[in-house]
Design a protein around this ligand. Structure first.
Ligand code: ADP
Length: 191
């Protein structure tokens, strides 16, 4: 199973990605999380990525693509994976196509979480207090939202043309959103 979780910053991609990935027994691969752990470990990748992340900018495609390629090559991703936060640019879409084609597989679905942008700023500011993420200040949040609209939202049409888009309302309680995703993907929840 090869899935992508898309949606604007703060849509709840990471939270939902874990539930869906667990159901399918595949790893949830979050580029944001991988960057953040590199930042906290002070690796060269982390040092490079931090400059962009703190400004709300995208890390350059070559850097991000290489990182995802390495992660997807790991053994636990052989049965599939759920990508959270990748691809975000057209160049990343092409790169991912190549990676998946190479293994003889194809993408199964792209889940898009739809949310109300104003509500999201509040969610993210709240998260800033809980998690202390340095990119959750109001200015940087707005920049991330802007960049999402310019660079990433257009990818929805690319995947829609391929018949892969599964749109899900991302507002409301976490469990309700999970229920909607499962329903949209025809998943029978385990009891
Ligand atoms: P959010 O989606 O809420 O903005 P993430 O945790 O997914 O947060 O990503 C945090 C930051 O990591 C992004 O603002 C960006 O700087 C970087 N990043 C994550 N994924 C990518 C990607 N696919 N391409 C470029 N930069 C990325």
């Amino acid at each position: 199973m090869r899935l992508i979780m898309m949606g604007p910053p703060g849509a709840g991609k990471g939270t939902q990605a874990k539930f869906v990935a667990e159901h399918f027994g595949i790893p949830a691969i979050s580029t944001g999380d991988i960057f953040r752990s590199n930042v906290s470990e002070g690796t060269p990748l982390g040092v490079e990525a931090k400059r962009y992340m703190d400004a709300g900018e995208y890390v350059p495609d070559e850097v991000t693509n290489k990182m995802v390629r390495n992660r997807i090559d790991e053994d636990d991703a052989t049965p599939g994976f759920l990508l959270d936060g990748y691809p975000r640019t057209l160049a990343q879409v092409e790169e991912l196509d190549g990676m998946i084609k190479f293994t003889g597989h194809s993408l199964d679905a792209v889940v898009v979480l739809t949310v109300d942008p104003d509500e999201i700023v509040q969610r993210l500011l709240q998260r800033a207090q809980v998690e202390g993420r340095t990119d959750d200040t109001e200015d940087v949040i707005r920049r991330r939202q802007e960049l999402y609209g310019e660079e990433t939202e257009p990818l929805i049409e690319v995947y829609r043309d391929r018949g892969l888009i599964v749109e899900v309302d991302g507002m409301g309680e976490v469990a309700d959103v999970t229920g909607r995703i499962f329903e949209a993907l025809d998943i029978i929840p385990e009891s």
